[in-house]
Design a protein around this ligand. Structure first.
Ligand code: ZN
Length: 325
């Protein structure tokens, strides 16, 4: 009989051996549990002693929050950091990118139909609050920059002001022209508006007209960027369709404003590897997502992070920015 068959036979017919083996397994099982507990305690102690025990921030890189040394951090029930009352220590996240918060807005208006269209409230900021936020940025020492400035900063960080910030407004609604543009002009603040090349044709009066986009493009304060032809969710779409939306938007806008359009924002913040490849191939130099964060890396110019701002006044914006130290 083969040795392994003998072993099986003896185990099967000898109860004491079986029990011994079973007991042996139990001992092994409890040893494994003890080892796991010891490893867990070691990891906790190591992180605790180095101040990195806010593992949430470390395992979700898109949040881009630096780990804190001995920090007191107030969180809401989702574990999202609301305030940071300590001085954040320089760490690997900071050194791998430039701190350039990119804010994004949609409607700058008072909701025309608050009862029929309550959903719009989550996408708007009143002109009054927008003004308050822009004044806050000025008073807090922020300097608005363009995406071209950001690209220059990637090459030479010394070209950037001390507190750079990019203001973006998506979709190109007419209220940008009538409400936001006058405020930006008054305060001499730069902004990028990501428009739909077909918007004014699809919904005249709702999206800015060609003439309005053209006028904006002449302002030294405004950069006109692309947001597809008609606000398509590009993720998962065929290459043919994505190509039409990305290349079509660029071509139409460039022929309208007579200058190169170099910056793109993904509608709904949605993209896939094909989208990124096509945006690059079309000649765009940056693309902005809705992934939250304030540090921008020169290695990822096609997935720039942005911070969504709600309908708050200047102090609300201050609080939002404090979440991205
Ligand atoms: Zn959009």
């Amino acid at each position: 009989m083969a040795p392994y068959l003998q072993e099986m036979k003896s185990q099967g017919s000898n109860t004491s051996v079986f029990l011994k083996n079973k007991r042996g397994l139990l001992v092994k099982g409890s040893q494994v549990v003890v080892i796991i507990i010891l490893i867990a305690i070691s990891i906790f102690l190591a992180n605790f002693l180095t101040g990195n025990y806010y593992s949430y921030d470390n395992i979700i890189p898109s949040r881009n929050l630096p780990s804190l040394n001995g920090a007191t951090r107030v969180s809401n029930t989702n574990g999202e950091a609301l305030t940071d009352t300590s001085t954040a220590k320089e760490n690997e996240v900071k050194s791998s990118g430039l701190k350039i918060p990119i804010l994004y807005y949609h409607y700058i208006e008072v909701n025309p139909n608050p009862i029929r269209d309550p959903g719009r409230n989550s996408l708007l900021i009143t002109p009054e609050n927008f003004l308050s936020q822009m004044i806050y940025l000025k008073n807090a020492g922020y300097t608005s920059i363009t995406y071209d400035d950001l690209l220059s900063g990637f090459k030479n960080a010394g070209t950037l002001p001390s507190k750079p910030i990019i203001i973006t407004v998506d979709d190109g609604y007419t209220d940008f022209f009538s409400n936001a543009f006058p405020i930006l002009k008054k305060l001499n603040i730069k902004a990028t508006v990501f428009v739909l090349s077909q918007g004014g044709k699809i919904k005249p009066g709702f999206y800015m007209s060609d003439n309005q986009i053209k006028e904006l493009s002449q302002s030294p304060l405004i950069t006109v960027g692309c947001h597809t032809e008609d606000h398509m969710d590009l993720k998962g779409r065929s290459e043919t369709l994505q190509r039409k939306e990305i290349f079509g938007c660029k071509k139409q806008l460039e022929s309208l404003i007579g200058m190169t359009v170099r910056h793109f924002a993904y509608p709904y913040g949605a993209y896939d590897p094909t989208t990124i490849r096509l945006v690059k191939e079309a000649g765009f130099e940056t693309a902005s997502t809705t992934n939250p964060g304030s540090y921008q890396s020169q290695n990822t110019p096609y997935t720039l992070k942005r911070i969504r701002v709600g309908n708050y006044d200047g102090s609300g914006l201050k609080s939002i920015l404090s979440r991205y130290p």
